[in-house]
Design a protein around this ligand. Structure first.
Ligand SMILES: Cc1ncc(COP(=O)(O)O)c(C=O)c1O
Length: 454
């Protein structure tokens, strides 16, 4: 069978990951751990943070970045936020403790998520964290907690139900926001109402610019009512491009049911958009340059002229190219026209597989025997479990040599949501450890364990 018959999705070039793949380190670590593991590249995280800040600076906009911790549990990201002066967006008492414990100051935390417990609200107020209030009942609870507790005002944003996504279970509609504003005014110095927030599903830029423009107008009204209201948070959702435009287009045009194990079928809508014209810092630049609907000025001017700060809560975009996941091949069996490779881990380490979707970027095969022969060897990747549906890749990947037991399979760019959101010790398999690789420019990469094992 000729290679073009099998769709591929090559990742964008990444010299740091390439250097590690070629260094021999992964083979050593696979031997040391005797099972799957993740490696993390904090230099990439720093670079992504710098790109976002550069976009803010270039636009002349005041802004703050809070890393959405839910996207990856490793401690190293929080340490990088603390070192780099970024904030952390947390959604549970556990995440809040982790962020504090790894060096982020309380006032650099943002607490998001629905119907937060009183314990979390109390902790957040005591630490001086910014709290995105999701509903009126939570606002009442927060006012009570702040009035009776820690002796400092509750810093808050009011989360808005996006008019374009009215079925979202998060945020408040117009009437609820009006009531919330009244309650904030009545609460006086018990609260410091700093502005509004939203988080949109999807990755489109214009709806974010539109809603940001509306929230600036809301801030101006709130200020007129005596509230502080000088910040708006546009949440997360800055896209990441895993591949180039042409590869993505070709993949979508070519892929069909017989390219997948068991005839699985996917439509384009089932997939994350693995290429976006504007991604990371570029998406932020586009967001700031776009004009909110009904206005004639770019968002950056609207923010600047109104003295409003832009808050961002990126998860995935800060983790772009910041880590990968390594499995060893345990077995290879033949099926009609392709192989099924079984690796020593599970698809719980590749979360996309649990959302009726597929993590598409091509994994790299590192053969144990580099002399192994070439050719085209399509193979799907299964987990070392007894679940029929536990597939790391349903797609038949056209490997250029036949996978063999002992080879390594490296799934690239998995730090954003793939690695550990869903991991559990199913079958009593240990959770894959996380290895931090510092200073990827060195002749020989240096590694350590992240302090987080769960
Ligand atoms: C409130 C909030 N902020 C930020 C994020 C991070 O989004 P992303 O990783 O797409 O940047 C999420 C993701 O669900 C979220 O719910």
């Amino acid at each position: 069978m000729s290679a073009p018959a099998w769709p591929t999705l090559p990742v964008l070039p990444d010299p740091a990951t390439d250097a590690i793949l070629g260094s021999g380190l992964l083979e050593e670590l696979a031997y040391a751990f005797g099972g799957p593991f993740h490696f993390l590249l904090p230099d990439a995280f720093d670079a992504n943070l710098r790109a976002l800040r550069a976009a803010l600076t270039r636009a002349g906009v005041d802004g703050s970045v809070y890393f959405a911790k839910k996207a990856n549990k490793a401690a190293v990201w929080v340490e990088r936020c603390a070192a780099g002066g970024a904030g952390v967006d947390v959604s549970s008492a556990g995440e809040l403790r982790e962020a504090l414990g790894h060096g982020v100051r309380g006032e650099d935390l943002m607490v998001t998520g629905p119907a937060k417990s009183r314990a979390l609200l109390g902790l957040a107020v005591r630490q001086g964290a910014l709290i995105a209030v999701d509903e009126l009942g939570e606002l009442d609870a927060l006012i009570t907690v702040a009035a009776t507790g820690p002796g400092r005002p509750a810093r808050l944003l009011l989360r808005c139900l996006p008019p374009g996504q009215p079925h979202s279970r998060f945020g408040m509609d117009d009437a609820e926001l009006a009531t919330a504003l009244e309650r904030c005014v009545q609460a006086g110095v018990t609260v410091r109402m700093e502005g509004f927030s939203f988080h949109l599903a999807g990755y489109a830029v214009q709806p974010r610019t539109d809603l940001a423009g509306r929230l600036v107008a809301r801030c101006l009204k709130a200020r007129a009512a005596g509230l502080h209201a000088r910040r708006i948070s546009v949440g997360g959702g800055l896209a990441v491009s895993y591949t180039d435009a042409a590869s993505w287009r070709t993949f979508l045009a070519e892929q069909r049911g017989d390219h997948y194990h068991a005839g699985r079928t996917f439509t384009a809508d089932d997939f994350y958009p693995y290429h976006s014209p504007a991604a990371g810092g570029g998406a932020l630049r586009a967001l700031l340059e776009a004009r909110p609907s009904g206005g004639d000025r770019p968002l950056r001017e609207v923010l600047r002229d109104s003295g409003t700060e832009l808050v961002l809560e990126p998860g995935r975009a800060l983790l772009d190219k910041a880590g990968a996941t390594v499995f060893a091949v345990q077995g290879v069996k033949d099926r009609q026209g392709y192989q099924i490779v079984t690796v020593d881990g599970t698809s719980l380490s590749l979360s996309e597989q649990w959302f009726g979707s597929e993590y598409l970027p091509d994994p790299f095969l590192l053969p144990r025997d580099p002399r192994s022969r070439g050719g085209v060897h399509p193979a799907s990747i299964g987990a070392a479990t007894c679940l029929e549906s536990d597939m790391l890749t349903w797609r038949k990947i056209p490997f250029t040599r036949r996978p063999r037991p002992g080879d390594l399979l490296v799934y690239p760019n998995t730090a954003g949501y793939q690695m550990d959101s869903n991991e559990s010790s199913f079958h009593d398999l240990p959770l894959p450890p996380k290895v931090v690789i510092d200073g990827t420019g060195r002749p020989r990469p240096r590694w350590r364990l992240d302090r987080h094992f769960t």
